[in-house]
Design a protein around this ligand. Sequence first.
Ligand SMILES: NC(=O)C1=CN([C@@H]2O[C@H](COP(=O)(O)OP(=O)(O)OC[C@H]3O[C@@H](n4cnc5c(N)ncnc54)[C@H](OP(=O)(O)O)[C@@H]3O)[C@@H](O)[C@H]2O)C=CC1
Ligand SMILES: O=C1OC[C@@H](O)[C@H](O)[C@H]1O
Length: 364
Amino acid sequence: MVPFRWAITSAGKIAADFAHAVRQLEGHEVVAVAARSEAAAREFCARHARGAAAYGGYEAMFRCDRHGADACYVATRPDSHRALCERLIARRVPTLCEKPLATSVDDVAALYAAAAASRTFLMEGVWTRCFPATAKARELLRGGAIGDVVAVQAEFGYAIANGCPDGVRGSAATGGMGRDIGVYLAEKALLAFDSRDYDLADARGVAVLGRGDGVDLTVAASARMVGRDPKRRGGVASLLWTGQCDTPEVCAVLGTAGSLRFAATHHTPRTLEVTTRTSRTASRTEVLDFPEPGDDGAHRWNYPGSISLQYEAASVARAVRAGAVEAPEWTHADSLAAHRIVERVRDQCYAPTADVDAAKPGDF
Ligand SMILES: NC(=O)C1=CN([C@@H]2O[C@H](COP(=O)(O)OP(=O)(O)OC[C@H]3O[C@@H](n4cnc5c(N)ncnc54)[C@H](OP(=O)(O)O)[C@@H]3O)[C@@H](O)[C@H]2O)C=CC1
Ligand SMILES: O=C1OC[C@@H](O)[C@H](O)[C@H]1O
């Protein structure tokens, strides 16, 4: 088959990981890379995407049709996502944009509206949804393997003080940890309570640690989901995100007949424990393993599990080739629902009455 050709916007860290994941994925290639400076784009191509055309300035690549890319991967800072996606959508370029798609629900909604109006593919890069373990979890949940879902509990955190790119996380411009990784927790709520069947009834920021500047660092949040069909009972989500320490990343979905557990690193899931329960003491657990794709070891990954960006690249290629405007794994509705959860939580955290620890500016 003709290879699926990628253009990449930025010469940053996840962009490099993506280039190496795609390099090792059969039927995919990177044909163009743009960075704010041409030198950075050239260096990126030499190190991570040999043979790709290098562009100085994103617009130069968007304007050029010589590279013949089938889709563009936007991997810049979150506060630039909306404007870049708008420019790509205006040119009807299928676009995969790193999470968070934008830094407010209104911006996210505006992008999906623009994509729908011009029939252009747009996906927020919530790559977790493209992993085989997630697909299996969705199949099991839909098939009633653990009965009716009652609750989901998940945490995700890492210490941003240990060398995160400046401005990408924990900054007012880009929206704090909720926008960075809260979206992965909202994804878990929407996995347990599928956005096709459930609506968000309520989301709350229960407690927050921050610096009083609108940047959330650690948040304990909850959400309540209701079934659209009154026969579905709905349930609750208990979510915790933090930029102050590394966490195990465990997630449990609790149902009336058992539970699903992502044993570790649920944003890059490789193990799923399925427990069926006939009483409080009688249960049976099956462990399902989903090994990550093979890696030739030529690249030192910037982020854990990045070889599995292959799953997301493959999902995009399938959807674009089918002429779809969204990927079924992470639809526009899923993404909007996730941003609504994060934004409602965030707004409450920073309401005047919120318990914000503003005593130690910069101390995190
Ligand atoms: N899926 C995942 O697991 C991960 C996703 N991400 C997401 O990817 C995106 C990029 O993160 P990451 O690669 O870690 O960040 P980096 O800092 O490594 O790269 C960000 C890039 O943004 C570009 N940029 C555009 N405008 C600005 C500006 N005003 N100031 C600074 N940089 C700017 C730069 O591109 P240029 O090279 O053109 O100068 C820079 O290289 C974020 O949205 C992040 O949330 C990050 C890590 C993992
Ligand atoms: O998307 C993300 O997930 C994994 C983290 O390591 C990364 O910093 C974050 O942006």
